[in-house]
Design a protein around this ligand. Structure first.
Ligand code: SF4
Length: 255
């Protein structure tokens, strides 16, 4: 795997529900075609030139050294650190990246900093047996469908939905807080599916985040997205209230 060096790692995120964040990889082999917002931003800044280049991840080789320098500097300001907004920490079948992610989580936890971790890959089972402050970590998966046909088209090299859910359930059973990011949820002209089936499949989680699909040409051709997303957001809220699950509807989803 190619590698790069960075000058800094930890930063305060502008994302609506986030605190500090880090991205210890450039690019992502999952190759999402919603499109991937991180890819669009990196291409706009000239950091990545093509989608093919984006799908060849480069690991940040000095990530752990940077953390050693930056943790003392930010420790008093950090509530938690999110992995990741512009890559995937447990990229499917990318062992080197997964191993570095585990080391980063351990290092943050050893400094009494909890982590929130989001993936379209499979959480390693060893996360469930780590001790110390790691039991305050929160683990989430992105899940916008249960259809493997849809996944292969829109998230070609991500983990199977079933495997993602099973790995998350395992961490839930180990006592960790878990959540599901149902974003970007596709419009019916991309896939006709039953939202309730997806919600039922993850009804064990502590929180559900629901958000609309943006920037997709075909999705924007769907004329009834306002009513569609308003109705679905109400269904998510109702489901979460009935099942005592926390929820967050992303800005711009309900109009
Ligand atoms: S998993 Fe996330 S970072 Fe990776 S390609 Fe998909 S949307 Fe982009």
């Amino acid at each position: 795997m190619q590698s790069i060096k960075r000058k800094s790692l930890l930063y305060k995120s502008e994302v609506e529900y986030a605190d500090f964040c880090l991205n210890h990889v450039e690019g992502c082999s999952h190759g999402c075609k919603y499109p991937c917002y991180a890819y669009m931003m990196k291409r706009r800044c000239g950091i990545v030139k093509t989608y093919e280049e984006w799908r060849q991840p480069k690991i940040v080789s000095n990530a752990l050294e940077l953390l050693d320098k930056e943790i003392p500097k930010y420790k008093n300001k950090i509530k938690y650190v999110h992995l990741c907004f512009s890559t995937d920490p447990f990229m499917y079948k990318q062992e080197q990246i997964c191993n570095l992610s585990l080391k980063i989580i351990d290092k943050l936890n050893a400094n009494n900093i909890r982590c929130t971790v989001l993936t379209k890959g499979v959480f390693p089972r060893e996360l469930g047996s780590r001790n110390g402050n790691s039991n305050k970590n929160e683990y989430g998966i992105t899940l916008v469908s249960l259809s493997e046909k849809f996944r292969k088209e829109f998230e070609p090299d991500s983990a199977k939905f079933k495997d993602r859910i099973n790995a998350l359930k395992y961490l839930h059973e180990k006592g960790f807080k878990t959540w599901v990011s149902m974003e970007p949820y596709p419009t019916p002209n991309l896939i006709k599916q039953d939202l309730m089936e997806i919600l039922e499949a993850v009804s064990f989680v502590d929180k559900i985040i629901f958000g609309r699909l943006n920037y997709n040409v075909k999705s924007s051709e769907f004329k009834y997205s306002k009513g569609f997303y308003n109705d679905l957001a109400l269904s998510v809220i109702d489901f979460c209230k009935r099942n005592k699950i926390g929820y967050h509807i992303k800005q711009g989803t309900q109009i």
